[in-house]
Design a protein around this ligand. Structure first.
Ligand code: FE2
Length: 362
């Protein structure tokens, strides 16, 4: 522990490559409460793609769609459907970070270069991670425009739903590849193994997975890596890998300040969440002890609770937000607990298996 070789500051933004960015932007604005901040497309001189930037407190999403019948974005969407392309980091110095990443074993996507417009200059580079996913590496020189070079301010304010920041982002990788990608985050980014779940923690009758949570020293950037484990039937991770066409981001966990308020609003806005059986709530008080929230209120919304020695957390998982059973969202509130809801895995995975069964994928 104790290293930050790339001098990572934060997750700058998450870029999704999608089939129709205009409609995706509307969905994340109206359903999730993101405000639009910036735009790049034909009107700003960009001809091969269009991007919308959405923000809510510390979360920045970029939604990008291709404007041509071929090219990398079109090919990516044909293969994967809509999904996360880039988990972009802000670092103190792009050139120093990129050189360190390559020296520590990362594979380059883009060499460091200036990225400029009338608002100034940034430095930009990128490295590969699992599947076709990348990490851009960005640093500011004198840029002080609306979001990133090439973007025009395009504000559309929406009602904030209390989503504060990205808590963690989970990658699904192939069978036998979890160690390799956990080591990638240890070797290249200096992350440490924070928690490991094996197939005894995370298995139900049918499906199983294994997971290693990699974290930076400040616990502000956490990347669990999952791989499928053998069960009687198909792992939920294997289902993802088949429909995404390889490794990729499985879920983005968004931390909120009031789980009941945020999940209530998301539900009212039409977001579908996984439900566990009502019996989950009958034993909840015995399992987690006293909590501030009313059991009735969390049961009504389907919110899950788990506790460790430092406190408890409230969490809920959406169904996939595309037609392919791939990317979904978690909404999490932490009240001291630094875990990931291990106590909920069994109930949750039984619920996921019921969904897989309905999709003919179990
Ligand atoms: Fe999670």
């Amino acid at each position: 522990m104790g290293t930050n070789p790339l001098k990572l500051k934060r997750i700058h933004h998450v870029e999704f490559w999608v089939g129709n960015a205009r409609q995706s932007a509307y969905y994340y604005r109206k359903a999730f409460g993101f405000s639009q901040a910036a735009y790049a497309g034909l009107e700003t001189g960009l001809r091969d793609r269009t991007s919308y930037v959405l923000t809510q407190n510390k979360v920045n999403f970029m939604l990008t769609t291709p404007m041509t019948p071929d090219g990398p974005i079109t090919e990516h969407i044909a293969k994967h459907g809509d999904g996360v392309k880039d988990i972009a980091f802000e670092v103190f110095d792009c050139d120093v970070a990129f050189a360190a990443a390559i020296e520590r074993g990362a594979k380059p996507v883009e060499e460091p270069h200036d990225w400029s417009d009338q608002h100034g200059t940034m430095r930009r580079a990128a490295i590969h991670t699992y599947g076709d996913t990348i990490h851009s590496i960005l640093s500011y020189k004198d840029y002080n425009g609306p979001f990133l070079p090439g973007f025009a301010a395009a504000p559309i304010p929406e009602q904030d739903l209390g989503i504060l920041r990205i808590d963690h982002m989970v990658g699904n990788v192939g069978l036998g590849e979890m160690e390799k990608w956990a080591n990638f985050y240890a070797d290249v980014l200096g992350f440490h193994r924070y928690i490991t779940f094996d197939d005894k923690d995370i298995s139900t009758e049918y499906s199983a997975l294994m997971s290693i949570v990699m974290s930076d020293d400040s616990y502000s950037v956490k990347f669990p890596i999952n791989e499928p484990a053998a069960g009687k039937r198909k792992s939920q991770i294997q289902e993802y890998l088949e429909w995404y066409g390889g490794p990729g981001v499985q879920h983005v966990a968004l931390q909120c300040k009031d789980e009941i308020e945020t999940v209530g609003k998301l539900t009212a806005n039409g977001i579908d969440f996984l439900r566990v059986p009502d019996t989950y709530y009958e034993v909840l008080r015995d399992r987690v002890g006293e909590i501030d929230e009313s059991i009735d209120a969390i049961k009504k919304l389907g919110i899950l609770v788990d506790r460790d020695h430092e406190g408890y957390l409230l969490q809920i998982f959406s169904k996939p937000v595309e037609d392919r059973p791939t990317l979904f969202f978690e909404i999490i509130q932490r009240k001291g607990c630094k875990g990931f809801g291990k106590g909920n895995f069994k109930a949750l995975f039984e619920s996921i298996e019921m969904e897989q069964e309905r999709r003919g994928n179990l």
